[in-house]
Design a protein around this ligand. Structure first.
Ligand code: SF4
Length: 280
């Protein structure tokens, strides 16, 4: 039986100079992942473990089984779907080019999301370079928790970073998300200093980062980074809960209810008052 070993995967890439990425989905016609109509490429692997992560199948840097109950007539059966597959930059570009007409019509492009795309920095950079060479607009949707010497080059080839700011308090980060918080802040500052456009994205999680204290801390952090003018508030939702069961993992958010856009009206106003263009 073939067993995927992430370390071996990286070592083999270096020895044989095979450039491949591990992705788990390509979503077409996305309208919430940056400007215009976008093709979102989901890279697999993330060093963080946000308790509310709605893509838990994105976290491990290896393909994994995520069984799904399906119905065929009266019969129910289990579809043992494997999540994650390798792809070369050239093969990915072929997929991306299929949507070129939508990018042109809508001012859209490609968004590299995850998981954490910076975890596969060489592959990400190669794909960004190819998109830039073909004038395709690029966004990188990142939580910034990976230190990579390629970050400056990635900045040069990226039009917009969608940068997750989950909290501005280190203890909250440690309790609910993982470590290291300092890398997230360092990377945010490095990207800002490089002059790349940044939109801050804040997943609003009841009981974690929705208190006055937490929001004040986030506003103070963002106010200290003059390159950030735009904030997206992302209401918590429970869509990942079922996936945890299917992966044999524990969903730690209990009965926390979904948030609706209107629940965030007063929070949105606080960001607006602080001078940020703010969308929910
Ligand atoms: S950073 Fe994103 S992909 Fe990683 S655990 Fe958190 S929500 Fe999931």
């Amino acid at each position: 039986m073939f067993v995927f070993c992430p370390k071996l995967f990286v070592i083999l890439q270096h020895i044989f100079l095979i450039m491949q990425g591990l992705i788990f989905d390509i979503k077409r016609y996305a309208i919430h992942d940056g400007p215009g109509i976008r093709t979102t490429v989901f890279l697999k692997g993330c060093p963080l473990r946000c308790r509310w992560c709605h893509n838990p199948e994105s976290q491990h840097l290896e393909p994994e089984l995520m069984p799904q109950n399906r119905k065929l007539g009266d019969r129910t059966f289990v579809d043992n779907r494997t999540v994650g597959y390798t792809i070369t930059p050239e093969a990915l570009m072929k997929e991306i080019r299929k949507d070129h007409v939508f990018f042109e019509e809508s001012g859209g492009g490609v968004t590299f999301s995850g998981g954490e795309p910076l975890l596969q920095a060489p592959f990400l950079l190669e794909c960004l370079r190819r998109c830039k060479a073909e004038n395709i607009h690029t966004c990188v949707d990142t939580a910034g928790a990976v230190h990579t010497p390629l970050l400056d080059e990635i900045c040069q080839c990226t039009d917009t970073f969608l940068y997750d700011v989950k909290t501005a308090k280190e203890p909250t980060f440690k309790d609910y998300i993982g470590t290291p918080y300092s890398t997230v802040i360092d990377n945010l500052r490095r990207i800002a200093e490089a002059g790349t456009h940044i939109i801050a994205r804040i997943p609003v999680i009841p009981g974690v980062n929705d208190s006055e204290n937490e929001i004040d801390a986030i506003i103070n952090l963002l106010a200290g980074i003059p390159q950030i003018h735009e904030v997206n508030l992302l209401p918590f939702h429970r869509t990942g809960a079922d996936k945890y069961k299917r992966l044999g993992r524990t969903w730690d958010m209990g009965n926390t209810p979904n948030l609706k856009a209107e629940d965030l009206t007063s929070m949105q106003q606080r960001f607006v008052d602080a001078g940020f263009e703010t969308k929910v």
